[in-house]
Design a protein around this ligand. Structure first.
Ligand code: OAD
Length: 256
């Protein structure tokens, strides 16, 4: 662990959770965790950037965009079908399960996720803000009507809505706004957090990336868990280098 701001920055070895962090957690009520694709990596789901970030010759960032969908709706639909086929076999891992325990331990725990895989709900969390929507639903690109994940294709890729519009996953793409309700709630809980965890996210995508900074500015202890440093690391009070399952498991054991 590297501890920053007000502490001497020092390298932490295995099994050395700082007493300062544990004390903050033991007295905390309002705890927020922001998760990204890294937490699901150990469930076998590819992350968006780095290794596993390419599908065929396409970059995930180009496919998860409104421009990508309008230019190549069939390719984008097939990419999501591919992702769904992997997601269908995925199970929550120890990191997800520890965060489900956090919801029982901290009276005011909110999970904010950029993931669309539904694994946090499967693990048992209920108070979840899905910033980027959910792959478990589709919606009509034209009229907005919601559909379940599995829909009749009738030979069309992507399948069509009753209105004739193209169906797409009910997720937020680059170039699209987040749900104002979900974003407002995320801003509110982040600004009131006593401890804020940023877990398995490259902290590059806005507006999610502003949430940890907002929380810290408003007085939260900022804890980052990642296998590598990110643009957020220099702002973190506690940087836990390693996998989310490893660190969240250790933290859970020490605070129950
Ligand atoms: P990224 O793929 O950008 O980042 C994944 C992060 O997880 C990286 O920083 C990795 O170092 C880290 N990581 C990988 N395995 C890990 C593990 N086992 N434990 C801990 N950390 C690990 O994914 P996101 O930050 O989630 O948006 O990407 C944010 C958004 O960009 C996504 O929601 C998606 C994407 O384009 C949309 O689709 C709109």
């Amino acid at each position: 662990m590297h501890r920053v701001r007000g502490y001497k920055r020092e390298k932490m070895r295995e099994n050395e959770l700082s007493l300062e962090l544990l004390a903050r957690l033991k007295s905390a009520q309002r705890v927020v965790a922001l998760t990204g694709a890294g937490i699901s990596a150990e469930s076998g789901l590819p992350t968006f950037r780095g290794n596993g970030g390419l599908w065929k010759k396409y970059k995930a960032e180009d496919l998860a965009s409104i421009e990508g969908f309008l230019q190549k709706p069939d390719v984008v639909w097939e990419w999501y079908e591919y992702r769904r086929s992997i997601y269908a076999q995925a199970k929550p891992n120890a990191g997800h399960l520890a965060l489900a325990e956090f919801e029982k331990i901290f009276p005011g725990f909110t999970l904010i996720t950029q993931n669309t895989d539904g694994l946090h709900r499967m693990a048992g969390n209920e108070n979840i803000l899905e910033l980027h929507g959910s792959l478990r639903r589709n919606r009509c690109h034209s009229c907005g009507k919601l559909y379940p994940e599995k829909v009749e294709q009738n030979g069309k890729i992507p399948p069509r809505c009753a209105c004739g519009g193209m169906l797409r996953p009910d997720v937020v793409w680059f170039g699209e706004p987040l749900s104002p309700f979900v974003l407002d709630k995320a801003l509110e809980v982040s600004s009131r957090a006593e401890v804020f965890f940023s877990i398995g996210t490259s902290a590059l995508v806005q507006p999610a990336a502003t949430l940890p900074l907002l929380a810290r500015r408003k007085g939260a202890a900022l804890v980052e868990i990642n296998i590598e440093e990110t643009p957020l690391t220099s702002q973190a009070d506690f940087f836990l280098r390693g996998t989310s399952s490893e660190w969240l498991g250790k933290i859970k054991e020490r605070i129950v």
